[in-house]
Design a protein around this ligand. Sequence first.
Ligand code: NAI
Length: 346
Amino acid sequence: MTLGFGVVGTGTIGKEHINRITNKLSGGKIVAVTDYFEESAKKTVEQYRLDAVVYSDDKALIADENVDVVLVTSSEAAHEETVLAAVEAGKYVFCEKPLATTAEGCMRIVNAEMKHEKRLVQIGFMRRYDSGYVQLKQVIDTNEIGEPLMIYAAHRNVAVDESYTNETAVVGTLIHEIDALHWLVGDDYKTVQVLFPKKTKAAHSKLQDPQIFIIESNSGIVMNIEVFVNCKYGYDIQCEIIGEDGIAKLPEFPSVITRKDSKLSTGILTNWKDRFVEAYDIEIQDFMDSVIKNGEPEGPSSWDGYIAAVTADACLKAQETGAKEPISLKERPDFYNDERTIQKTV
Ligand code: NAI
């Protein structure tokens, strides 16, 4: 069986996913595309030589009977409407983060999905498919380092432009740690506080950079997450779990080590696409395999999207108040029980 994909949003990541589905992975075919700028959709069809219909909007694309999966890669604010329409039509959805820009929006999708009595939606939290994170998860799940007590994580980018705000630091950057750390320790979050260390001269006037988010889980795990997006030296993702019996650290991205001119050196990436390229491939392949074999996606769910949205809202509030803010989740419906979350092996 080949899944027919209808792509909504032919920007940067939309094109990346079109390329991997068309040229790298197996089980899917792009059959329809749409973009707010129709010209962009048409150019994408030409660029990738797709045998796909160009629609003027998402509703027409969703109605196409050849579309089995709606791939949502439009801008953040547009996600909810498209996902809801697709779910209501009973189509599978792969939605890039965020699922919706509000917790209420995520709940509307959760409720619509539950009406179908099977999972339809997966969110693009690709860290869960990165081999380093998968190994870290295995160490925790097999109790190798005992109960996790603390986490030190960092998300560093070379530089950002003026369009990047304190809000982007949460909804565009931290959001990946919010999902990944929750998935790693399997414990809901309770509170968050934000510290603003001395600001780097490299940050523009309206941006606090770096920032430290201190998130506490229900069982008391304290997670210190640094977001430093003008760090200059590279794109660097760090994660260290301190357990009762030992410490587990995310492996460094592999790079050749050279010895030259009295120096021992190794490279550091500068681009997020390079760091997670394999994870993107694996997540989309896993999505297609699960849908084809089991009739349901098994990766990050709408409920994970809801958790991320509630946590992000609390982080934004904590940036404003400087206080410890509660992260209050509704009770997890049985429909999204833990057995459905992935436990992949490398
Ligand atoms: P982009 O701005 O390059 O592309 C977005 C495209 O969506 C544009 O072509 C725009 O015209 C189109 N669009 C906007 N509203 C639309 C609508 N209502 N209907 C149809 N098309 C519409 O943005 P980019 O970087 O490709 O990001 C897209 C989404 O993917 C964002 O939500 C972003 O947060 C997410 N993303 C996720 C990443 C990850 O690591 N998982 C990495 C990069 C982006």
